[in-house]
Design a protein around this ligand. Structure first.
Ligand code: AVI
Length: 328
């Protein structure tokens, strides 16, 4: 592997791919799976019978709509419902219908990295629930968090569905929760989905579907590198591999080279060699227990107010508040 001095690592993508593929063992960040094709493949994953997470969360929002709405609603001033990573808002609509039917005063602020998603959601909501006041924004999580500081005039509820936190290692999850907590006032609520530990086979099946959608989703990293960094990965020489450790609750995705090979990334002026059966670690999907979530919350200055689960106890949505300041 040789990097010429003329090669510029001038974008986070180039820098991260360079660092990941020249490390031992090799890795790539899962956030780069989500280009247009990756977004579509993730939509397909959510429709898979094995990927129980989406249906469990939808069931929770459907079973407990009233209790969740009561938890969210503020005083006569109403509240702001800020959803990070709103996507197509399918699950949230259950809540929005209830809130608007019961004339609860609120503004829905969906935030997503995809402008397409926000435009589409704003359009469908205008058609389906025109009474809801929608004020969408495009942006990355951490950049948007800065802007959340400005929402202080009335109660705010920050909602993060889909167990997206599971794609972060614990220290990063604590960093994320801490940042969210810093934007919250005493009565504000953070409402977040956490996939739970369960039969390891159920978890493995969810990340290893027989139709190969998850494999294509994982391999999209290589497809994207080929396109954007003039790479020549032969996708057929990599295999999607999933492992789940029931002790730590961590599901890990890999791409495994099925034979020794060399790959060239022209844009990075980089040649990478793979031994047969060498791995690229691509994603973690953490599974939780109440104990782990309480530990993460405490380490982030938050406390669990309450939680809601589905009929199988597969998944939980927790409502967090800011920990009481001992000096206050
Ligand atoms: C987005 N995230 C919560 C998904 C998960 O379950 O970790 C991404 C995913 N990876 C494979 N299947 C779904």
């Amino acid at each position: 592997m040789i990097l010429s001095s003329a090669t510029q690592l001038d974008t986070p993508f180039k820098k991260d791919v360079f660092e990941g593929l020249t490390s031992e063992p090799k890795y790539l960040y899962s956030k780069y799976i989500y280009d247009q094709a990756g977004d579509k493949l993730f939509q397909d994953i959510m429709a898979l019978p094995e990927y129980y997470l989406t249906n469990c969360e939808l069931e929770i929002l459907t079973l407990h709509t009233k209790a969740i709405a009561n938890l969210f609603k503020g005083d006569a001033n109403g509240f702001d419902l800020i959803e990070l990573g709103a996507g197509d808002g399918k699950k949230t609509k259950v809540l929005l219908h209830h809130l608007s039917k019961n004339q609860i005063e609120f503004t829905y602020k969906p935030i997503d990295i995809s402008e397409n998603a926000i435009d589409g959601l704003t359009r469908t909501l205008a058609k389906e629930i025109p009474e809801v006041n929608v004020d969408g924004e495009t942006g990355e999580y951490f950049e948007v968090l800065e802007r959340l500081q400005n929402f202080k005039s009335r109660k705010k509820v920050i909602m993060v569905l889909g167990s997206n936190i599971g794609n972060l290692l614990h220290p990063r999850a604590i960093q994320f929760l801490t940042k969210l907590g810093e934007t919250m006032s005493r009565d504000d609520i953070l409402f977040m989905g956490f996939d739970q530990k369960k039969d390891p086979q159920t978890i493995l099946d969810a990340y290893n579907d027989p139709t190969g959608v998850t494999a294509a989703f994982n391999k999209n990293l290589l497809v994207r590198i080929n396109r954007e960094l003039e790479g020549n990965f032969d996708i057929s020489k990599f295999k999607h591999w999933e492992v789940y450790d029931p002790e730590t609750g961590t599901a890990k995705s890999y791409l495994v080279a099925t034979e020794a090979q060399r790959v060239r990334l022209e844009t990075l002026d980089l040649d990478i060699s793979f031994d047969a059966w060498e791995t690229i670690h691509t994603e973690i999907s953490q599974k939780y227990t109440d104990k782990i979530v309480a530990w993460l919350a405490e380490a982030s200055g938050l406390r669990i107010e309450t939680s809601f689960t589905d009929s199988h106890n597969y998944y939980k949505n927790y409502a967090f508040k800011k920990m009481k300041d001992p000096k206050a």
